[in-house]
Design a protein around this ligand. Structure first.
Ligand code: HEM
Length: 215
């Protein structure tokens, strides 16, 4: 039988490709959009990570989610520095969530509050992605909009507390493989992971509508 980390990865592979090749992501990474689109995307991430990280401390003792609550992953402070750079010191005043972002953050919040397995699904979808493809996005953003390497504007993608991301990801997969959940709960977690990908894709779709190339 496949390990849980393999199951969850395989189950979300198709949707990963969909997210990766979404019009908004392709345009953003293809250098076709202005820094305003990147800033708007970063604002949306703020709502997602605010939901993921506020109250996550309350899951620290949970047998399923607890081992994944790692402060070195937390991104909210980095996002806030990026937004101050991108939008200026009054960045908070102009911060708004797209409806798709609101739906995503609401779903994450309800998992944080009531379902540790669901939180794990959202945790995996975002943080393992940020540690992987996020590095490609950072590199592209630095080149396209001239941010300092690993500096303000792209701090979200820089995990200061993780010296060896490959080793961290190996450890993360081992934690997934040992998660103390029965088969039914694991199936539910995989289903939530697929939902997490769908929520990301919906957010990209909404961003794509806000930043059509022809505009
Ligand atoms: C253009 C955007 C993206 C690129 C270029 C990209 C690229 C990659 C690459 C190369 C890996 C493999 C890393 C490895 O094997 O260690 C990966 C893994 C991953 N990505 Fe992405 N990705 C993108 C977008 C996304 C998005 C939007 C999400 C979800 C929100 C996501 C979630 C993940 C996850 C969860 C993994 C870990 C898979 C696993 O090993 O279990 N990625 N990504």
């Amino acid at each position: 039988m496949d390990s849980f980390s393999t199951v969850i990865r395989t189950a979300s592979q198709e949707q990963h490709t969909e997210a990766e090749t979404s019009t908004f992501m392709s345009d953003l990474l293809g250098g076709k959009l202005g820094v305003d689109a990147y800033a708007r995307y970063t604002e949306q991430l703020w709502f997602v990570y605010e939901a993921l990280e506020t109250g996550a401390g309350g899951l620290a003792a949970d047998p399923v989610a607890g081992p994944f609550v790692r402060p070195e992953l937390f991104r909210l402070a980095a996002l806030e520095r990026d937004l101050a750079h991108l939008r200026g010191p009054r960045w908070r005043a102009g911060l708004t969530a797209l409806p798709a972002t609101r739906a995503y953050a609401d779903r994450v919040r309800s998992c944080v509050e009531g379902w540790p397995g669901g939180y794990l699904a959202h945790h995996y979808t975002r943080y393992l992605g940020d540690l992987s493809g996020g590095q490609i996005i950072r590199d592209r953003a630095e080149r396209t909009w001239g941010f300092a390497r690993k500096g303000d504007g792209v701090r979200f993608y820089v995990f200061e507390g993780i010296a060896n991301p490959a080793a961290f990801k190996r450890e993360y997969r081992a934690l997934l493989d040992g998660v103390p959940a029965d088969d039914l709960e694991k199936q539910r977690i995989v289903a939530e992971c697929k939902k997490a990908f769908a929520l990301n894709t919906a957010m990209f779709q909404a961003l794509g509508e806000e930043f059509p190339l022809s505009a």
